[in-house]
Design a protein around this ligand. Structure first.
Ligand SMILES: [Zn+2]
Length: 241
């Protein structure tokens, strides 16, 4: 295990910045090396949200979003060569779970991270839940100790952090917030309109505000080390199963 190495798994190009961008800046300052793996092409954003299939078409949407993530990760301070984009179809992660698991395990074996970041099981987007499930399994199967940080992007409609059963760890990012704000600004695909047929941007002002809090919240689980016992005990104390 390389304690000061992080691998972030992002279901779509932007989740890494929105969910844990401030924490990544903080960890980089602490001397961590950060790798980001974007699992899907994110190509169906306009089709799913606005039923827009052309101008931009899905391939164009994919390229726009990947370029945004390249810019954002550069602002956060992650070298571009540490950004890996896989080609799973947006919306189809669950159907490819076995393949994703193999690939995630491959990355864990290769990079031997001390910390892994991914979305959580309470998220609204099915890809976010599928990624959570796969990365949890991979961390449990991986033969080195690893601490899993499950970040929050968008919980299921009508639910809040209070509905999460596990204890939440909040990481103070007030010193990193201005940098996260700069990184979030590059996601024009969500902050502006990409098409004349689009009635409004993907993000509301409230969405943007929720990503720019002075802290980021995580469900943290230690796998394969003495710490996992402590986390289990905490979970029992909190009445979790
Ligand atoms: Zn996403």
């Amino acid at each position: 295990m390389t304690e000061k190495r992080i691998v972030v798994f992002a279901p779509h190009p932007d989740d890494e910045t929105l969910g844990c961008g401030g924490t990544l800046v903080k960890r980089l300052k602490e001397g961590f090396e950060v790798w980001i793996v974007v699992l899907t092409r994110g190509q169906n954003l306009m089709a799913v949200v606005f039923d827009i299939h052309d101008s931009p078409n899905p391939d164009q949407v994919c390229e726009i979003r990947r370029e945004e993530t390249r810019q954002a990760t550069k602002i956060l301070g992650v070298p571009l060569e540490n950004l890996i984009c896989w080609d799973y179809d947006d919306g189809a992660l669950d159907a490819r779970a076995e393949d994703v698991l193999e690939q995630v395990l491959g990355i864990l074996r290769e990079k031997k991270p001390g910390e892994v970041y991914c979305t959580n099981q309470y998220e609204g987007h099915p890809d976010h839940r599928a990624a959570s499930s796969v990365v949890r399994q991979a961390c449990a199967l991986h033969d080195s100790p690893v601490k899993l940080y499950e970040y929050i992007v968008g919980l299921k409609h009508g639910t809040s952090v209070d509905d999460i059963e596990e204890p939440i760890e909040e990481i103070d990012i007030s010193a990193e917030l201005s940098m996260k704000r700069e990184a979030v600004k590059v996601f024009k695909s969500h902050l502006d309109v990409l098409s004349d047929a689009q009635p409004h941007p993907v993000f509301s002002d409230d969405d943007v505000a929720s990503f720019l809090q002075p802290f980021e919240s995580f469900v943290v689980t230690a796998h394969g080390s003495l710490n996992s016992k402590a986390v289990c005990q905490n979970r029992h104390r909190a009445g979790c199963r």
